[in-house]
Design a protein around this ligand. Structure first.
Ligand code: HEM
Length: 163
């Protein structure tokens, strides 16, 4: 399958499937944390680094929270639960990104950082493909600024979680 990226269409319904727990099982808690730390190291060097806190301590806090989110999302312990303040985790994630002006191009860069670290991760490709499919689809809901200058915040009802 590889690391394909399909385009965002403003207002479209986005189908996504939560990652297969086998991805988390293959990596384990520490492996997952390592993957996500490497991802944020890539982000730090990327063209979207400016979106993130410039202060090292603040950056590290987001890095840690991001790792905890993905651990929970992928079927690990509920270590991010309190952050979402009782909101559905997916809805919380969409709303959290409203604070930033995210273009399609920023999404490509974000996914590119993820591709780099996944390529360097030694687990079956099938598991990586499954995780990629979640990321590639769900990330569409974080894009809120369009090249025609318009702004559109995805409604949670646009997110269709396929079982
Ligand atoms: C599958 C899609 C995505 C997921 C699941 C995701 C997840 C997350 C998580 C878990 C956090 C940390 C939340 C916290 O502080 O508690 C975060 C923060 C952030 N994400 Fe995303 N993200 C996604 C896509 C993107 C994209 C495409 C961008 C593009 C620039 C982006 C930019 C940011 C920024 C700027 C922050 C916050 C930095 C800060 O708090 O100062 N994210 N994201």
């Amino acid at each position: 399958m590889g690391y394909e990226v399909t385009k965002v269409k403003k207002g479209e319904q986005v189908h996504f499937k939560m990652p297969d727990p086998a991805f988390y099982e293959a990596l384990g808690y520490e492996g997952m944390k390592d993957l996500m730390y490497r991802f944020y190291d890539e982000i730090y060097e990327s063209a979207i680094a400016n979106f993130f806190p410039q202060d090292e301590e603040e950056f590290n806090k987001v890095k840690e929270k991001n790792a905890l989110f993905f651990i929970q999302l992928c079927g690990g312990p509920k270590v991010y639960e309190n952050e979402a303040k009782g909101m559905n985790l997916n809805e919380y994630m969409i709303r959290l990104h409203d604070e930033f002006s995210i273009y399609e191009k920023s999404r490509y860069e974000w996914l590119g950082c993820m591709e780099t670290v996944l390529r360097e991760t030694d687990i079956p490709q099938k598991l990586k493909d499954d995780f990629w499919s979640y990321l590639e689809n769900f990330s569409k809901l974080t894009v809120n600024t369009f090249s025609d200058g318009s702004v559109y915040y995805a409604a949670y009802t646009q997110a269709l979680e396929d079982k």
